[in-house]
Design a binder for this molecule. Structure first.
Ligand SMILES: N[C@@H](CCC(=O)N[C@@H](CS)C(=O)NCC(=O)O)C(=O)O
Length: 114
């Protein structure tokens, strides 16, 4: 592990991902295929959610609305507002939930994937 990475991990800035058996991770990966996080790089609330994603070792697709105009339009049309972070959840029954608020997104991810 590099020095910087080591320092960031020890100070809690870069949380160590939890580990799972390959089978369990594959099942989690299958479930997280249904998730997309709309965000942008300079947003501290997005960083908070991305830390949780890293900690929980989730493969969640990221869409940067400042660099992806299609993602920007999708968020606005689907979620109803331009605010990030927003987690798009495609439910097994075909429904779609647009979950705003970093604290609510982190709570959802922890409840579902801890
Ligand atoms: N309370 C929200 C705050 C999110 C927020 O303020 N995001 C900013 C970017 S850092 C944003 O999207 N602002 C544009 C807007 O609200 O329309 C959270 O915790 O997620």
């Amino acid at each position: 592990m590099g020095l910087l990475r080591n320092l960031l991990t020890r100070t809690g800035l870069l949380p160590e991902p939890i580990t799972r058996t390959p089978e369990h991770q594959a099942e989690i990966d299958r479930q997280t295929d249904m998730l997309v996080l709309f965000c942008f790089a300079e947003c501290p609330y997005c960083y908070r959610v991305q830390r949780a994603i890293r900690r929980l070792n989730l493969n969640v697709a990221l869409r940067d609305i400042h660099h992806d105009p299609v993602a920007h339009d999708e968020l606005l049309r689907g979620g109803g507002k331009e605010q990030v972070p927003c987690l798009r959840i495609e439910e097994p029954d075909g429904g779609t939930v647009w979950l705003y608020e970093s604290a609510d997104i982190v709570r959802f991810l922890r409840q579902r994937f801890s």
